[in-house]
Design a protein around this ligand. Structure first.
Ligand SMILES: NC(=O)c1ccc[n+]([C@@H]2O[C@H](COP(=O)([O-])OP(=O)(O)OC[C@H]3O[C@@H](n4cnc5c(N)ncnc54)[C@H](O)[C@@H]3O)[C@@H](O)[C@H]2O)c1
Length: 359
């Protein structure tokens, strides 16, 4: 059934809540929780790897499954924590035929996807994504992994979940700070490939996005479509998928170095710097750069660098987007269009470092 939602700026967005990346990996958005039972494979043992905070909030939901707890803390997204989960799976006699359901935000789904795709050389898995950031980004696209020595997502797999359930009603319990973090990835998706979504976000407030679930469902769906469309073309990041790293080269370094900002907050700062760098290079108009920065500010993001640029550049040298002595810089050229530039590391450092003097 198609549903229509009239946006505040008077456009009609058709609602199509089923999205597929491949024929056997689907995403369900909106009031999707009731579909979970249909999506879980009948007759197979289900083991849930769930964020302990989410278990606390939604305890009755987990009562029917064997559930192992995941600590949703960036510093606990490690090989050691993965090893503990592998051991627990072994202890409870989980074999290759079991199905793993990762339930939580991005930390939990990154971890559950990694544990599932490596345990006994890989068992099937699906996600119940419970944060906005998870729904619009982390649970989508099959990148799973853990951090190594504090460097983000250095060990992992590309492996698509059988399904992702993104039920926006579960976002009601998210603290404002975590909700806002998800909006940074939503703005990122809009800048990469959906100018209409960007415009819609410019015309609504943080409060409206928080309280209007129908609006939020459409926003989540549109952001997912940007990512899903790119992943469908380039699942293993040989080319176009790199565009999804907009704002992330510095964001990962900020997250590692600041110790205070969460992923989404660091992405917001990374987006501002990417937009301003693109503008200075003559790739992005002053107007579009201003719109990106203004939208992030209006959504309530702190956009100043929390640590000196020098320390970020040291961390950025270890970024996965590095290629020998070059690094892929993803820069916006318009709202809805981004470019991937492979530049020498020293040039990237000069471009970013120059910017700090202007701040
Ligand atoms: N795999 C990818 O493609 C990809 C993409 C983007 C980000 N990520 C990763 O995602 C992670 C960040 O994800 P996140 O922002 O979802 O963080 P998170 O998983 O830590 O969740 C944020 C907080 O919200 C809590 N929470 C989760 N669901 C809740 C709910 N429904 N109600 C109340 N509280 C809830 C969690 O306990 C946690 O405290 C980072 O590790 C990042 O690297 C991965």
């Amino acid at each position: 059934m198609k549903m229509y939602y009239i946006c505040p700026y008077n456009r009609i967005w058709p609602m199509n809540d089923a999205i597929s990346i491949t024929p056997d990996s689907c995403i369900r958005v909106g009031q999707a929780l009731p579909l979970l039972h249909e999506l879980l494979p009948a007759g197979r043992r289900t083991v849930v790897l769930a964020d302990s905070a989410v278990i606390g909030l939604y305890r009755p939901m987990f009562a029917e499954w064997e559930t192992l707890e995941v600590d949703a803390c960036e510093s606990a997204k490690t090989l050691q924590a993965a090893t503990e989960l592998w051991r627990k799976l072994l202890d409870i006699g989980a074999d290759r035929t079991c199905f793993i359901l990762g339930a939580g935000g991005g930390i939990t789904t990154d971890m559950a996807g990694f544990v599932a795709s490596t345990y006994m050389r890989g068992v099937d898995f699906g996600f119940l994504s419970t944060t906005l950031l998870g729904q619009v980004d982390a649970s989508i696209g099959g990148k799973n992994g853990v951090n190594l020595d504090g460097y983000k997502n250095m060990v992992g797999t590309f492996s698509l979940p059988k399904f992702v359930v993104c039920d926006t009603s579960m976002l009601r319990t998210l603290p404002d700070r975590e909700f806002r973090a998800g909006l940074a990835e939503t703005v990122k998706a809009a800048v990469i490939g959906d100018p209409e979504l960007f415009e819609a976000m410019e015309s609504v407030s943080f409060g409206q996005l928080r309280s209007d679930e129908a609006l939020l469902g459409r926003v989540v769906e549109r952001a997912i479509r940007v990512k899903a469309g790119i992943v469908e073309e380039d699942c293993r990041e040989h080319g176009r998928r790199r565009l999804l790293n907009l704002g992330h080269t510095l964001a990962h370094a900020i997250e590692k170095s600041s110790g205070e900002m969460n992923h989404g907050e660091a992405v917001a700062v990374g987006l501002r710097i990417a937009a301003e760098t693109a503008e200075r290079m003559g790739m992005l108009s002053e107007t579009d750069c201003g719109r990106i920065v203004a939208l992030l500010r209006r959504l309530g993001f702190e956009l100043e660098l929390p640590v000196p640029m020098d320390s970020l550049l040291v961390a950025a040298r270890k970024d996965k987007k590095r290629e020998n002595d070059g690094i892929h810089l993803i820069l916006p050229t318009a709202i809805g269009d981004v470019r991937d530039l492979l530049v020498p590391l020293s040039d990237a450092e000069r471009l970013f470092a120059h910017k700090t003097h202007d701040l």
